[in-house]
Design a binder for this molecule. Sequence first.
Ligand SMILES: C[S@@+](CC[C@H](N)C(=O)[O-])C[C@H]1O[C@@H](n2cnc3c(N)ncnc32)[C@H](O)[C@@H]1O
Ligand code: SF4
Ligand code: SF4
Length: 361
Amino acid sequence: MFNTDKFGKITLEVELTTFCNLFCPGCKRYRYENNTLHKNNNVIYNQYLDPNIFKHNLFEGPNSLLWKQIEFIGTYGDPLGHKGILDICEAMVSSRNKRIKFFFHTNGTLGNETVWKELAKFCNIENRYITFSVDDLGEDNGKYRIGQTWELIERNMNTFISNGGWAEWKMVIFKHNKHKVPLIKEYSKKIGCKKFRSVLDYNESDRAINFLERPITLATPLSDNFVTLPKPTPDHNIKCLSLAGSAIYLTVNGDILPCCMWNASRSESHETGAGKEIYNWLGKDWNNASKHDIKTILDNNRYQKDFFDMLENKPLRECYSSCDKTVGSADTLEAVHDFDSDIIPEHSTQSSDYDTTSQTR
Ligand SMILES: C[S@@+](CC[C@H](N)C(=O)[O-])C[C@H]1O[C@@H](n2cnc3c(N)ncnc32)[C@H](O)[C@@H]1O
Ligand code: SF4
Ligand code: SF4
């Protein structure tokens, strides 16, 4: 898949945990049905990535030189929910890769003051930072970020920024907050954020925001969350975002996958259809970073050869649905705002320049 002899080329996205304290109705952790928020039956909650994978594999000796950037975003949980976050930062910065870039996304409510003070020491430059996913101010932020405590967000942001941390504010835009972009941008600038970015809601959450009764009692779903994806047509034309961005994905249980879409698909349809295809294609164990050296995994024929063959000749349904040039819908629509201008920029997809700036997610 990648040339593992080249220095600092690979971007690694990491799922640190499947723990989160909030109930955002558009999140893949949950399913919104019949005006009720349900568990996602196919997600195992409260799993934590083994930090030894960082210490003794990914950032051990020359392995550390593989990486350009580590992105702690999360599909089913919040990175600040992992108690080993500081150890993981230490493993990265004390490695031989002195140019390593990394960032964490968070809802801002987790972590105590000590953690935020220490994180500020690690995440204190443009290429090492924290993205705060906060969509509104005060109690209004709880319209989507259900269960939030605004005072904790304020405390954590202030602790982080006043101790030298580099903070980005990321706002998801819904019907209820879209007129507040200038106000929230101004607020983010006032408290010392270095960047303000907005993305459009990817999950049509307005209905859930309006109708859900709070506080939330999570319901058990009646059925598994099977998503039926279309079968690739013979004239498919797939542009793999993972290849374009030299990016791979580390799941919470240590598996190395090509991308976050494969991780999401595994939880949406793992018994049948697209998820099952992924399980079958992967086979067992060879790609687990708790058990195998990362270079051995990346140099395995499955990624070095079979992967290209699959994309070209027999694409999986997930690849066709996410990354085919005519069908694909993998990217979100986003805009980076200028603190010195009142103009609200257009939201657009970043996939075309994914290879040069994959830190846009
Ligand atoms: C699933 S979250 C996990 C990380 C963390 N808990 C958080 O919310 O930032 C990953 C990213 O998805 C974004 N996100 C959550 N709900 C969204 C939505 N409905 N539309 C677009 N992005 C969303 C978050 O803001 C975050 O940047
Ligand atoms: S804070 Fe992040 S992980 Fe938690 S429910 Fe919301 S979007 Fe999902
Ligand atoms: S879904 Fe398939 S084609 Fe798209 S980035 Fe992932 S591996 Fe590549």
